[in-house]
Design a protein around this ligand. Structure first.
Ligand SMILES: Nc1ncnc2c1ncn2[C@@H]1O[C@H](COP(=O)(O)OP(=O)(O)OP(=O)(O)O)[C@@H](O)[C@H]1O
Ligand SMILES: O=C(O)[C@H](O)COP(=O)(O)O
Length: 394
């Protein structure tokens, strides 16, 4: 990596504004997977050992520039404190007098977690005034938020221009591992794209079509493709305004000779719950008042075979609503196939995909579990990551 890292600077006695990605999955105020918090520990521990005063900044969810009580970072501060074995001061703001006051009382080697930076409209707009307010607090900027590096926001990009700016260890590791895997991908190269954020991922598919041999589609975004083939998808997740795009991707895949795999059968349910009635149906027979919540049996088998015959697989987004047992088989089966494919380099991207692999007990058997969802995809597409570009060159 040609960017400076925390090793290249002296932080003793300095205030370090360290952007991390603590955007962790939560249920009823409880953190359900703390992988992203653990992944940032090496940098935080290094900074504290070096005698820095560490100001951690993160987003959580998409509060759209307003305070959303459920998206406060208090549970994260608590978990971080347990993991570090020391108190983490949590402020209710991300800049200003309250933070300055907390800093005054802070000794070298101690940690403050700022409030969710997305509570401020300036964050996502990359407002220079907000970046200035962050910069005022600190002497040095460290970016360890690989998962948010594809966002040009005030805390990921703007502030980096105003302070000496370097990468943390997690950022460095992600860029190294993903860069090595992709600089000369081993083939067959397969991308598996699932999950629910159709709008976010559908464009990524376009770029991946220039790179991969097989493109596997699953999860909630599959229904836009099924609809594009002319089938009814019942109550399943559907992005109406992306149907034409989906069609054009299938055509592009044909032209490029990419094996484009969409589900052949689907597990449908009459309710979004574990007790729902379920059945596996062909994509031409989805009942109008049922919802597709997982891939079907034939699809699982086909996807598993493709994985077994691949040398490099990147996977982003679950195949179904894996959080509910009744709809978890597709996602579990993909994880299992990757775990069993010993000759396949497997890269898992996306908070939920990583959580799924962890939940099913296959985490140790994956080659690399990235803490980035969109970020890992954009990196793999060859796009520039603004949060990385803004850091100081070596
Ligand atoms: N068929 C489906 N219908 C509705 N939701 C689905 C379906 N399949 C998967 N999901 C949901 O998609 C969510 C994950 O989607 P998402 O796009 O956020 O993936 P991800 O791996 O977390 O990537 P990222 O880190 O980029 O957010 C899961 O909560 C899962 O329940
Ligand atoms: O979960 C992620 O992929 C990152 O934390 C970025 O979140 P975002 O997609 O809401 O910007």
């Amino acid at each position: 990596m040609n960017k400076k890292t925390v090793r290249d600077i002296d932080v003793n006695g300095k205030v370090v504004f360290c952007r991390v990605d603590f955007n962790v999955p939560m249920e009823n105020g409880e953190i359900t997977d703390d992988t992203r918090i653990r992944a940032a520990l090496p940098t935080i521990q290094y900074l504290t050992e070096q005698g820095a005063k560490v100001l951690l900044a993160s987003h959580l969810g998409r509060p759209k520039g307003q305070v959303v009580e459920e998206l406060r970072l208090n549970p994260v501060a608590q978990r971080l404190s347990n993991l570090l074995g020391k108190e983490v001061v949590k402020t209710d703001e991300a800049y200003g007098e309250e933070v300055k006051k907390a800093l005054t009382g802070l000794e070298n080697g101690n940690v403050i977690l700022l409030e969710n930076v997305r509570f401020y409209p300036g964050e996502e707009k990359n407002d220079p005034e907000l970046a200035q307010k962050f910069a005022e607090l600190a002497d040095v900027y460290v970016n360890d938020a690989f998962g948010a590096a594809h966002r040009a926001h005030a805390s990921t990009e703007g502030v980096a221009k105003l302070l000496p700016a370097v990468a943390g260890f997690l950022m460095e590791k992600e860029l190294d591992v993903l860069g090595k895997a992709l600089s000369n991908p081993e083939r067959p190269f397969t991308a598996i794209i699932g999950g629910a954020k159709v709008k976010d991922k559908i464009d990524v598919i376009n770029n991946l079509l220039d790179k991969v041999d097989n493109l596997i589609i699953g999860g909630g975004l599959g229904y836009t493709f099924i609809k594009a083939l002319g089938y009814d998808v019942g109550k399943s997740l559907l992005e109406e305004d992306k149907i034409e795009t989906a069609k054009s991707f299938m055509e592009k895949a044909k032209e490029k000779g990419v094996n484009f795999l969409i589900p052949e059968d689907i597990l449908v349910a009459d309710d979004f719950s574990n007790d729902a009635n379920t059945k596996v149906v062909g994509i031409d027979s989805i009942p109008s008042d049922w919802e597709g919540l997982d891939i079907g049996t034939k699809t699982i088998e086909k996807y598993q075979n493709t994985i077994k015959n691949s040398k490099l697989v990147i996977w982003n987004g679950p195949m179904g609503v894996f959080e509910i047992d009744a709809f978890s088989k597709g996602t579990r089966s993909i994880a299992e196939a990757l775990a069993e494919a010993n000759d396949t380099y497997s890269v898992i991207g996306g908070g939920d995909s990583a959580a799924a692999v962890e939940k099913f007990g296959y985490a140790d058997q994956m080659s690399h579990i990235s803490t980035g969802g969109g970020a890992s995809l954009e990196f793999m597409e060859g796009k520039e990551l603004p949060g990385v570009t803004a850091l100081n060159d070596k």
